[in-house]
Write a protein that binds this ligand. Structure first.
Ligand code: CAA
Length: 286
């Protein structure tokens, strides 16, 4: 079977632009899909500014940056995915949106061997597979934010994913992208979010109940437990809408109260306080 050289990424937000960068930095040709020209331009700028930051830190040369950017096309035309050997869907964490995308992309891909994956944290992979009409070549491939930095990728085969699809993704993630895969079963949250999200939501509840200030809750976990960042800063980094959406999906699946988003999180999302990406969450960002 041909080696994967042509990748599609659907969604150029925080995760989509990070995945685009990771793939392009590893020599792959990447087509990234966005919903509007403005969003496409913003996605391209996110990739470019992240590459420039790596250049400033001496990790990439000016030529590396130019060549990496040449491998990236951001477009609003979903049909541009037709010749892709692998597509990673990284649209917003909304089941209806993803089901619709999987149905459309499933009919656009022309390569019979092409694999269609989702970067979802919590939406059932088996449903996405069924919607795509190519369920044996669909699985979850879950990256972590910031994607260029975090080493882990969770691989989630569903009940209908073929062993060959899983094997191809295992070697793609480790050999082509140089990341560490772990395998998880197809249930909301997989490994990392099943542990992380109740922790983040507990910190938000603590903040809501007035136990301590946001800064002191975060300092507690950074200085007391050696975490690289505190839970509220991390929720801001992930995006409060995303944290909320993952909690909702996990609560729907398990009915576990710890997964249920606290009211203050609902209110912040309703107010457009989405964390770092919107300029304000538990903290302001300049
Ligand atoms: N994009 C690209 N690179 C970035 C970056 C970004 N957004 N943010 C930081 N980096 C890079 C820096 O360029 C730097 O690279 P080098 O070491 O190669 O020079 C390195 O990361 C360290 O950056 P800084 O020194 O600026 O900052 P830091 O040491 O404070 O690290 C951090 C920043 C990497 C974000 C660190 O705080 C961290 O690891 N935080 C925890 C992140 C985490 O837990 N992520 C998982 C979230 S859960 C998730 O994503 C899954 C989900 O479904 C919700």
């Amino acid at each position: 079977m041909a080696e994967i050289e042509r990748v599609g990424v659907v969604g150029g937000g925080l995760m989509g632009s990070g995945i685009t960068e990771v793939a392009a930095r590893n020599g792959l040709d990447v087509v990234t899909i966005e919903v509007s020209d403005e969003a496409a331009q913003a996605a391209h700028e996110r990739v470019e500014s992240s590459l420039r930051r790596a250049e400033k830190r001496g990790k990439l040369s000016v030529v590396d940056v130019t060549e990496t950017l040449e491998r990236v096309t951001v477009t609003t035309d979903l049909d541009a995915l037709a010749d892709r050997q692998l597509v990673v869907e990284a649209a917003s964490e909304d089941e209806r949106t993803k089901l619709d995308l999987f149905a459309r992309i499933g009919s656009i891909l022309t390569d019979d061997d092409a694999i269609l994956t989702s970067n979802t944290s919590s939406i059932p992979i088996v449903k996405l597979g069924a919607a795509s009409g190519r369920a044996d070549r669909v699985m979850g491939v879950h990256f972590f934010n910031p994607a260029p930095v975090m080493k882990l990728v969770e691989l989630i085969p569903s009940l209908t994913t073929s062993p060959q699809t899983l094997e191809r993704m295992q070697s793609f993630v480790s050999d082509t992208l140089g990341k560490e895969p772990i395998e998880a079963t197809d249930r909301a949250g997989f490994v990392v979010n099943s542990l992380l999200v109740p922790y983040l939501l507990s910190a938000i509840r603590m903040y809501e109940a007035g136990y301590a200030s946001a800064a002191d809750i975060d300092s507690g976990m950074v200085l007391g437990c050696g975490h690289p960042m505190g839970p509220l800063a991390l929720a801001d980094l992930i995006g409060l809408d995303t944290v909320r959406a993952i909690g909702v999906s996990m609560y729907e699946e398990f009915k576990e109260p710890l997964y249920s988003p606290p009211p203050v999180l609902d209110r912040m999302v309703d107010a457009g306080l989405l964390g770092k990406k919107s300029g304000h969450g538990f903290y302001p960002y300049g």
